[in-house]
Design a protein around this ligand. Structure first.
Ligand code: GL4
Length: 836
């Protein structure tokens, strides 16, 4: 069957669209020859991957083009997701699932003498994000398409994404990511849709021909933005939304004037500076690096995107008056929040709208999601830096601020403190532009990403704004896509589930509820354990290949994978490992559930303590794994280069999910959901979405420990004394003393001192305060694991109760409460049969 049934020219199955095994094989060979320029005999595995990727891309192009064509032709609202990060993960496997082509393609690949899984593994993932925030954007794109919601994702096409991590002598080493080196078959460049972005310079006022006062911006630099488009397919629908990522280039590839004057290097300089803009992703999660280039990146992609939207809008509308009816723009954290000032500039300066009207359009367009409360992550830009790069935007922000503060004055007369607290410009001491405030003032809706976090936003960082506009604030608990995080990453479990309750759950995750009665069936539990055993075996092979360590698939796989950060407390986890080690050493016959501790995660390159935590984990691993007295009872492994691909292997294999952040610090977490969805039980604090996960799965199926958010606050306010915990808890003292003795550092008593100093000196994350509760809770975990029947029961119930944590549910809530948007069904018929 061909997609195109209306084109009379296509008599036989088209090699670019046909779906039979024979056609797929022919297409594969054809693409290998004509696109890669290789015969099968000399083709590398990567060539074969490319040929296959193009074969699949051909089969989704009609969907992609029809989708954008349909959006152009209907006047439905379109969601625009503005995000500096998209942590997409490899496309090939996901596209096969979403197209429903896994089986025929597998057969075609095999009959061509290749292996599908091997080819899928070759794909370099686009690591265009740091962690949860970027990955959430990717899950949202998947859900938007699956729910057939018109959407465009805009972002940055970083030439170098998140660095690759290697471990040398226990330390993290960063290697440049080169995801584009061998070509990217999923993107199409659209140089014809390039836009220009101004930077620097100064502003001038003038009077226009109608006698109106106006401002123009005379920049000292101009950069060109080239869009690169990637299709994002929905699951078994015809929607393929567009992800448009911008690459910067010099506006003129050569500065001829300078060249003619003999300044060759000066002329090339401009080209180099412009191209630098989208060179590299800043590798910090939850930490602001107030670098000029970062602000330039943010402004660049936001300006490109807004100009693109205006072009699209004006193609079909006489004016921008109804711009907000056309686009609902979601700001993914403050990174794109300069968009508020940029849209005002475009409307007022370039399209000559009166301020009040422009402001109404702007506010009706934007909504803002906050993703963190950590003070070091809250974006602010120093005024001098800001005015140098964006002089016109600073003027606009001053005007926005003045008008906003006038409103505040009416509501709270004579309240100078409140004005200072609410001001977008922080003027106490050095002056700063507070980006979260700009986003809040410029948006009609503001949300947090889990119930607790949304509540804390209202009580802390945006308290005064909440008092002004309580109706703007809401919660949208995060979710993850079950397509990538269950169907693709855990086919064994997915098949087991579908064999009992059908496949409806893939699009409607609430249907997993139907699994609940199976938790009581011994036969099903047996099958469940069998699947888990096989998946753990796979991970064990991977561990052996990467680190040469043999781990026992029957041991409890206790996993913590996420960015390395003190608030996430990987160090609390390793203290527990040392505690178990000591227990066995002191009592050689101790019977415990054998455990394999698995860690993975990257530290920001400049975050010394996080890097030292990695070193400590590896140092403990070295001792524990090589101590014959421990045998098979404990193994510790730090797997390098944790990324989406690796996540797909590790979530399915986990028995225990470590979600042990200090209460109040993890906005939501999304790894916690992926683990649970794959049947791991959680050990966790009452933080972020853990609270809601526990509510859903039932307190009896969740291992809870630790201080609550109010207790954390109280402990800190009372003047937290780590020494007291050290002196009062002998288990803690023994662990700390062992580290300090140089036992894990070949006698070096200085190596881990900075970490110990921070735990004893200034530790806002209260590691020692939660240590004993954590150890006790871990003891319960170990005991519970001994009863495999009950453990399986709990695991099944975890999965059965995960419906809430599908990103489909999250997106539906945004669509209803914030975007006011409806699905649009895409038809697969050829819309332009004869190329008209
Ligand atoms: C984060 C939060 O830390 C994380 O809890 C949350 O799940 C994620 C997506 O909402 O956003 N905020 C930042 S910054 N990085 C994150 O991963």
């Amino acid at each position: 069957m061909a997609f195109n049934t209306t084109n009379p020219l296509i008599q036989v199955e088209d090699d670019r669209t046909g779906l039979s095994v024979e056609t797929l094989k022919r297409a594969l060979a054809d693409n290998l020859f004509y696109l890669q320029g290789k015969f099968p005999g000399i083709a590398t595995k990567h060539d074969c991957y490319m040929a296959l990727a193009y074969t699949i891309r051909d089969r989704l192009l009609q969907r992609w083009l029809n989708t954008s064509q349909t959006y152009l032709n209907c006047d439905n609202r379109v969601v625009v997701y503005l995000s500096a990060e998209y942590l997409l993960g490899p496309h090939l496997g996901n596209n096969l699932i979403n197209l429903g082509l896994w089986e025929p393609v597998k057969q075609a690949v095999e009959e061509s003498g290749l292996n599908l899984e091997e080819l899928i593994n070759i794909e370099e993932e686009p690591g265009l994000g740091n962690g949860g925030l970027g990955r959430l954007a990717a899950c949202f794109m998947d859900s938007l398409a699956t729910l057939e919601i018109p959407a465009i994702g805009y972002g940055i096409r970083y030439e170098f994404g998140i660095f690759d991590q290697e471990i040398e002598d226990g330390w993290q080493v960063e290697i440049t990511d080169k995801w584009l080196q061998l070509g990217n078959p999923w993107e199409i460049a659209r140089p014809e849709a390039a836009v220009l972005v101004k930077l620097g310079g100064h502003t001038e006022s003038y009077t226009d021909e109608k006698g109106d006062y106006r401002v123009r911006w005379i920049p000292n630099n101009l950069v060109k933005g080239i869009p690169y488009d990637t299709p994002i397919l929905g699951y078994k629908v015809s929607t393929a939304n567009n992800l448009r990522l911008w690459k910067s280039e010099a506006a003129e590839s050569f500065d001829f004037q300078r060249f003619n004057m003999g300044d060759y290097y000066g002329a090339v300089q401009n080209k180099v500076t412009s191209e630098n803009l989208t060179k590299v992703l800043y590798p910090n999660d939850e930490q602001l690096q107030g670098k000029e280039l970062r602000l330039a990146q943010q402004y660049f992609f936001v300006s490109c995107s807004l100009q693109d939207m205006i072009r699209i809008h004006l193609a079909d509308n006489p004016s921008l008056e109804n711009f907000h009816e056309h686009f609902a723009v979601q700001l993914n954290d403050t990174h794109p929040s300069i968009g508020v000032a940029e849209l005002m500039r475009l409307l007022v300066d370039e399209h000559h709208y009166e301020w009040g009207k422009a402001w109404n359009i702007t506010q009706a367009t934007f909504s803002f999601t906050n993703h963190t409360l950590l003070p070091e992550a809250l974006e602010k830009w120093s005024l001098p830096l800001f005015s140098q790069m964006l002089p016109r935007h600073l003027e606009i922000i001053y005007e926005i601020n003045q008008r906003f503060l006038d409103q505040v004055r009416i509501k709270y007369p004579n309240d100078g403190d409140r004005l200072a607290q609410l001001s977008i410009i922080d003027e106490a001491g050095e002056k700063w532009v507070r980006m979260a405030y700009l986003a809040t003032v410029g948006s009609h809706a503001i949300n947090g990403v889990a119930a607790l976090h949304s509540q804390l936003i209202k009580e802390t960082i945006l308290k005064d704004f909440y008092e002004l506009w309580p109706e703007k604030f809401s919660n949208k608990t995060n979710g993850v896509t079950p397509r990538r995080w269950l169907v693709l990453s855990n086919p064994r479990l997915s098949n087991l589930i579908s064999s009992r309750i059908g496949e409806g759950w893939i699009k409607n995750l609430d249907e997993l509820k139907q699994l609940e009665p199976f938790a009581d069936l011994a036969g099903f539990r047996q099958d469940w354990r069998q699947v888990k055993r096989e998946v753990k075996q796979d991970l064990a092979h991977y561990i052996k290949a990467q680190s040469d360590l043999v781990v026992n698939p029957d041991s409890l796989f206790d996993v913590q994978v996420k960015r390395i950060h003190e608030y996430k407390r990987q160090h609390l986890n390793i203290l527990h490992v040392i505690h178990l080690y000591l227990q066995i050493k002191n009592n050689p016959n101790l019977e415990i559930s054998p455990r394999t501790f698995i860690y993975g995660g990257k530290a920001a390159p400049g975050y010394f303590i996080a890097k030292l935590i990695i070193k400590l984990i590896n140092s403990v691993a070295e001792v524990v794994n090589n101590d014959p007295a421990i045998g098979d009872r404990l193994k510790v492994v730090f797997l390098s280069n944790y990324n989406v691909k690796f996540g797909q292997k590790v979530y399915p294999a986990a028995d225990l999910s470590e979600q042990i952040s200090t209460a109040g610090k993890e906005a939501s977490g999304t790894g916690n959901m992926k683990f649970s969805m794959n049947g791991a039980l959680t050990i966790g604090t009452l933080d972020g979405a853990n609270i809601e996960i526990r509510e859903e799965v039932g307190a009896e199926n969740f291992f809870l420990f630790g201080l609550t958010t109010p207790e954390v606050e109280k402990t800190l306010a009372a003047g937290y004394q780590p020494w007291e915990y050290y002196n009062n808890y002998p288990d803690l003292k023994a662990v700390v003393d062992l580290i300090n003795s140089g036992f894990f550092s070949h006698g070096d008593t200085e190596l881990f001192r900075p970490l110990m100093d921070s735990l004893f000196g200034h530790d806002p994350y209260l590691v020692f305060a939660d240590f004993q509760a954590y150890v006790d809770c871990q003891h319960q975990v170990g005991e519970a694991y001994k009863d495999q029947e009950n453990w399986s029961r709990m695991a099944i119930l975890n999965v059965a109760r995960m419906g809430k944590f599908s990103s489909d549910r999250t997106i539906r809530e945004y669509a209803e409460d914030i975007w006011a948007i409806k699905p649009v069904v895409i038809e697969l018929e050829d819309l332009c049969p004869d190329g008209q």
